[in-house]
Design a binder for this molecule. Sequence first.
Ligand SMILES: [Fe+2]
Length: 262
Amino acid sequence: MVFLLVTIKYKKEKRMNNRVIAFIIAVILAIMTSYCQIADQLPSLPVPPVMEQPQVMPAQTVRIITQEQRQPQPEVVTVLQEPPILPEPPQMEEPKNAPREELTQNGVNIGLSPQVRQKVATLLNKLLSDEYVLYTKSLKYHWNVQGIVFHDFHAMFKEQYEALFDIVDLVAERARALGAPALGSLQDFSANTRLKEINGQNLSPIQMITNLLADHEAIIRTIRVDITTTAELDDQGTSNMLQDIILKHEKFAWMLRATLQK
Ligand SMILES: [Fe+2]
């Protein structure tokens, strides 16, 4: 810019011709162009890295150095963290529409209302009657079977009436566990059973098998409904017990059905 001003001054004073002025301007432009190119080629300075902030660890112990730092054992202060707030345990909800005094009726407080327990007990006593009738029928056939198949049928009927007696005992004691009485007389069993008794007939082995198979299948159909009923009443204990019993009946039904097949 200084050369340019000097040149213009000399031009005004007519101490320099036009060619010299043009030459000086060209030299100035060339110098400026070269400077710009050199500036563009200069390497850019590296950006200093950003220092990361050290993570502050939750220390439980803070060491405080007192004014007397020459002491070998500085004072140690332990900062205790506040214990976490634990959620309160859920409270057990009693069945709806079942006041506590009703649940404890007859000294039974197992989360089932007296109405539910009575309904299940009625169901169980009907099943108990069916099981006892089938037990008696199997025992009778065990005693009275005859013919060439006596030994096999005699043993098979024994296996079944022994298993049926265990089921009878299981069902009766389940009714007692619910606080209800269990039927125990032949008159009550006859009045509550849904099976058909056959009295005073000398049946053939095949007819015995046929009758027992029909009774087992009838009980299976009944228990299948009872499993759903007791589950809907939230009596999982009875429902699970019935699931075990139905398996035994289904196995015996399969054995009898296979005996009839040729
Ligand atoms: Fe026997």
